[in-house]
Design a protein around this ligand. Structure first.
Ligand code: PLP
Length: 473
């Protein structure tokens, strides 16, 4: 497709301003020597440009999007309606308190619900995403040890199945990362954990269900081992969709959590909008929370606050969407959502496992991981090839090559919002591609054939992205 600069013709325009009714102002010494080279187009062309652009991409609104670990569930339109209410969009963060009581109520309500769902006592809404919530939670752990004069606790234990943000956040928060192996079932190896903890342990970071989609049956033992060594337990809440309303991290022994409102609580993510990663904690850590919390119609800063991790109150309108979602599905809908997410994942897993070997063939939670290792060895067809072929079939591929502990991994998370018909169509496509891969392995490296862009050089695209238009003259 043509770029907006290529559609541009000098002098064409969309906006027509009324004649000036104040004296014109011209700076004596302009800051820039030349006018910016903005594209000039009439409204029809602008409209067509963006419509065409939107057709080049793929979102939850286009079709099935089983991107594991990302919980790409449908974002109900009512969330957008609520977040667009002028009473919310027209707010200024420095308005007098008596004029923003509704917004404070939103913050108080969602904190109450999220604390109830996670088993935490207090929460900050400041962090802008999951990774930011991790960083915030780790700063709470750091502040806690420091407040007790226990500054030798410099190590954070992270299982090798963890999401990459976990070790990255721990390192950013100034900790040393200790990686421990998973056992043959994909769970935390208890012996490895016992050996790893000690007087230098600041804490453990864990997601449960873990990144291979399994609920760790030793979870109480795990948190106990860490606590007995004097460390704290951090729950990466990205996989909460599988257990919300059924099992609470607070009851599993976790002290700090983050949630991804843009995953579990149905606010758009990816290119769709800003995220929100609230950090929650048990009461004994609440005095360190960042930012201002809404309490009884007022804003309060915690007594030994770590400061601010973001401006004002975080991505407030994302919080409005998440609250709308919680109120829409209601108290009974929260566990029902989790149950359906688990049901959908197990349904697909059972329908695929004869062709696609499961990395861990247990009853899974909200997602499952397949391994194409054998296919690669015998036919030379990789997980990447299968993913690319799925694009031609009109669905978004699963997560590829994650978690790192599974070779040739494809990680499927159907989410609860998909119908049985959609799951059946996806299963049929997976099976048809498998058949094709066995019959014509040589053509698989040519996939996809139908997408606007076929196989980009991903390393080059990541290392040297072209993000500016190069004018010819
Ligand atoms: C998505 C995810 C994160 C990071 O969350 P962001 O909102 O993308 O920063 C962390 N851990 C797990 C397991 C995830 O799936």
């Amino acid at each position: 497709m043509k770029l907006v600069f290529e559609r541009s013709r000098a002098g064409r325009k969309t906006a027509y301003f009324p004649a000036l009714d104040v004296p014109a102002w011209k700076p004596e010494t302009p800051l820039r020597a030349e006018a910016p080279r903005l594209p000039e187009l009439p409204e029809t062309e602008v409209d067509r440009h963006y419509t065409e652009l939107s057709k080049q991409t793929y979102g939850v609104n286009n079709g099935f999007y089983p991107l594991g670990s990302c919980t790409m569930k449908y974002n109900p339109k009512i969330n957008e309606d609520m977040a667009a209410l002028p009473g919310f969009t027209g707010l200024h963060p420095l308005q007098p308190m008596e004029t923003v009581q509704g917004a404070l109520q939103v913050m108080e309500d969602i904190e109450k619900y999220l604390c109830e769902i996670t088993g935490m006592d207090a929460m900050t809404l400041q962090p802008a995403a999951g990774a930011h919530g991790e960083f915030t939670g780790l700063l709470l752990i750091k502040a806690y040890h420091k407040s007790r004069g226990d500054e030798k606790r410099t190590k954070i234990i992270v299982p090798d199945s963890a999401h990459g943000t976990n070790p990255a956040s721990a390192a950013m928060a100034g900790f040393e990362v200790i990686s421990i192996d998973s056992d043959a079932h994909g769970f935390v190896d208890l012996d490895a954990l016992r050996q790893a903890v000690g007087e230098n342990t600041a804490g453990l970071m864990l997601t449960n269900p873990n990144t291979v989609g399994l609920f760790d049956p030793h979870i109480l033992e795990i948190t106990q081992i860490v606590h007995e060594a004097g460390g704290l337990c951090y729950y990466d809440g990205a996989n909460l969709n599988a257990v919300m309303g059924i099992a609470r991290p607070g009851d599993m022994g976790f002290d700090v959590v983050h949630l991804n409102l843009h995953k579990t609580f149905s606010t758009p993510h990816g290119g769709g909008g800003p995220g929100s990663g609230p950090s929650g904690c048990k009461a004994f850590l609440a005095e360190f929370l960042p930012g201002m919390r809404a309490v009884d119609g007022k804003l309060e800063r915690a007594s030994r606050s770590i400061g601010d991790v973001r401006g004002f109150y975080g991505n407030f309108l994302v919080v409005v969407k998440a609250l709308t979602y919680i109120l829409t599905i209601g108290a009974a809908g929260v566990p029902e959502t989790a149950a359906n997410a688990v049901l959908n994942a197990n349904y697909m897993k059972e329908k695929l496992k004869d062709l696609y070997p499961m990395a861990y063939d247990h009853v899974c939670m909200h997602e499952f991981v397949m391994s194409l290792e054998q296919m690669k060895k015998e036919n030379g067809v990789t997980a990447m090839d299968i993913a690319k072929a799925l694009l031609d079939g009109g669905i978004h591929p699963p997560t590829m090559y994650f978690p790192l502990i599974v070779h040739e991994a494809l990680m499927v998370e159907p989410t609860e919002t998909e119908t049985k018909e959609t799951l059946d169509e996806a299963v049929a496509l997976f099976r048809q591609i498998h058949e094709e891969a066995l019959r014509h392995p040589e053509i698989m490296a040519e996939k996809p054939e139908k997408t606007p862009i076929r196989r980009p050089d991903e390393v080059l695209a990541a290392r040297s992205p072209v993000i500016r238009y190069a004018f010819e003259d």
